[in-house]
Design a protein around this ligand. Sequence first.
Ligand code: NAP
Length: 313
Amino acid sequence: MSKPPILLMGHFYQPKLDELEKLYECHRLWAAADPEALFASLADRCQIVVTAGGRGIKADEMDRLPNLKLIASFGVGVDAIDLEHARKLGIAVSNTPDVLTEDVADMALALMLGTIRRIPQGDRFVRDGRWLAGGMPVTHSLQKRRVGIVGLGRIGRAIAKRCAAFNTEIGYFGPNRKSDTDYRYFSDIVQMGEWADVMIAACPGGPATFRVVSRAALEALGPDGVFVNIARGSVVDQEAMIELLAGGGLGAAGLDVFDDEPNVPQALIALDNVVLHPHQGSATYTTRAAMGQLVIDNVGAFVQGHELPTRVV
Ligand code: NAP
């Protein structure tokens, strides 16, 4: 039996990509000398696209594959996929939830602690030999502080669980109050900013959450406030954030995600009160392997005519 063709739109975890390539007739878009010719050659026979969370797939790309039936994405965030268009065309979309939750929550905590206790700055202090001239200045404490989480979903809850172990009070902002938790609910993000010492963004990206962490929310967090983002760059007003961090209106930030990755503005790189990380929330061997396996499982289920294990649309 011939192997079903797959158009690979975004690179993902190599060992799992290798497995997928053994099972199917895979075509790497990023390696194609002529991407247009590749689309044209697959147009009347390709039913499956595999993409990566950050790459997604645009409406016009779906249109160029009239037989497309499945978009299997490596990542939980589907903000780079035009879901409305997929729905309209009857194309199923799958993602990789749950398996990455704990590692991404760990990253949020690492960034929170690293930012408040100035871990990278301490590392530079030792390496630069500045310790020899005297001790590093003291830092703020996380103890007994208030953490406000933007989006109490799978990752948000895992963050909250960890924060509780650090003796913090926990609040959250999101569209729906959760009946199964005592964490303090805010229907207004600015009010949560006034209440919180630390704000952690853990909501999806896309138009519905664009700039939900507004200038006003960051101003409310204030000069001693800390903002952590493991969600998407689009959820925060990046320009306002940089301006406030530089001018003392916001204390510090720990960021795994940015607008227009991998281009991080020089104005952000120049600041000493930020900890920057290159979108590595889920980037561990075990989690990336589990994510890759879910992609393979979703493709396999589609080919065999079964229910998709993790269907979004
Ligand atoms: P999830 O379980 O679907 O949780 C998303 C949460 O966001 C839900 O609680 C939802 O509220 C809330 N939300 C929706 N709209 C909102 C809004 N306008 N304002 C505030 N909160 C809103 O998703 P998840 O698995 O936790 O993943 C969350 C996101 O993390 C992903 O979409 C992705 O963008 C990001 N992520 C980043 C990395 C990384 O490497 N940095 C890795 C994985 C995921 P309701 O429950 O009330 O609907």
